[in-house]
Design a protein. Structure first.
Length: 304
């Protein structure tokens, strides 16, 4: 029996998930503030994408109309808020947990679909939400009393990240749907530029130093921008339409799963038996949330 999707698309999707799973690692490695590192992620990515925009054929497909540009500005506002909270969550609670919390965005999207668009979530959504919350409780409840205020704020930032990222996806989806002749690479470039312009004053007002501290910081920031923002996003964006919802959801679950692997290998974070069960339940719940709707809707909503 042959698959309805090309194996090359499956391999590319898995590669994209692996690439973006490294995001939180670079944030942890960088010695500058969380907002400053977010600014460099988007600023350096914009510079790197100029290599694509320099092509003669790309110059004809880079300028969006006023409506699409407005949606890109809105998407950048949400994305700047997302990175502001997520980078702090990474530093406060760790690479794996912060990434898992951010993936709860599937339920923020479901809430938008239900309350704004009148969509019906179905049993998969409710079962997924209950499983994800039960898994999160298993991850947090046993040690909750011993967690300090910084850790608890990090949990709140992680859940706020999910809401902000959901808002970003809604706005960016709308912009992509109306982009007409504008290339996907150009849409990503505009997003990077606009988000960097928002993060720059946020960093300065927060009293963070923008200057990276030596070769180590520059290397981590450059890798962050190139691997996670440019390569990861471009790969995923190209192959998403070629895969069914279930396969896409499983591939995207590599991001939070591998984040825990990187957390264990690089930073010594360990989960006990209860924590492993909680992680498995949360991932299963997120998967059900990713594939809750019709096959046409789920791939787009699974973009996180």
């Amino acid at each position: 029996m042959s698959h309805a999707y090309p194996r090359s698309a499956l391999a590319a999707m898995a590669l994209g998930a692996v690439l973006i799973s490294t995001s939180a690692v670079f944030v942890k490695w960088v010695g500058i503030g969380p907002t400053a590192s977010a600014f460099w992620r988007m600023g350096l990515a914009a510079v790197l994408l100029l290599a694509w925009l320099a092509r003669p054929d790309a110059r004809r497909a880079w300028k969006p109309d006023a409506r699409v540009f407005g949606l890109l500005v809105l998407a950048a506002v949400f994305f700047a808020a997302d990175l502001w909270m997520w980078h702090r969550s990474i530093l406060y609670v760790g690479v794996g947990l912060a990434t898992l919390l951010g993936n709860f965005q599937v339920f923020a999207l479901a809430a938008y679909g239900s309350f704004v668009l009148g969509e019906r979530g179905g049993w998969r959504l409710w079962a997924g939400l209950l499983m994800a919350l039960a898994g999160l409780a298993l991850l947090l409840a046993p040690g909750w009393e011993s967690f300090d205020a910084r850790f608890r704020v990090g949990i709140a930032f992680g859940l706020g990240t999910a809401v902000a990222y959901g808002g970003f996806l809604i706005a960016f989806r709308a912009a992509q749907a109306q982009r007409a002749h504008v290339a996907n690479e150009a849409m990503l470039w505009w997003l990077c530029v606009l988000t960097a312009l928002l993060l720059l004053p946020m960093s300065l007002l927060g009293g963070e130093a923008l200057q990276p501290r030596g070769v180590g910081d520059w290397s981590a920031l450059f890798a962050y921008a190139l691997i996670a923002q440019v390569f990861g996003w471009l790969v995923i964006g190209r192959v998403m339409p070629k895969l069914p919802a279930g396969v896409l959801g499983l591939c995207l679950l590599l991001q939070p799963l591998l984040s825990y692997v990187w957390d264990a290998l690089l930073f010594g974070t360990r989960l006990g038996a209860v924590g492993m069960l909680g992680l498995a339940l949360s991932l299963a719940g997120i998967f059900l949330g990713l594939v809750r709707g019709q096959a046409k809707q789920a791939p787009v909503e699974a973009a996180a």
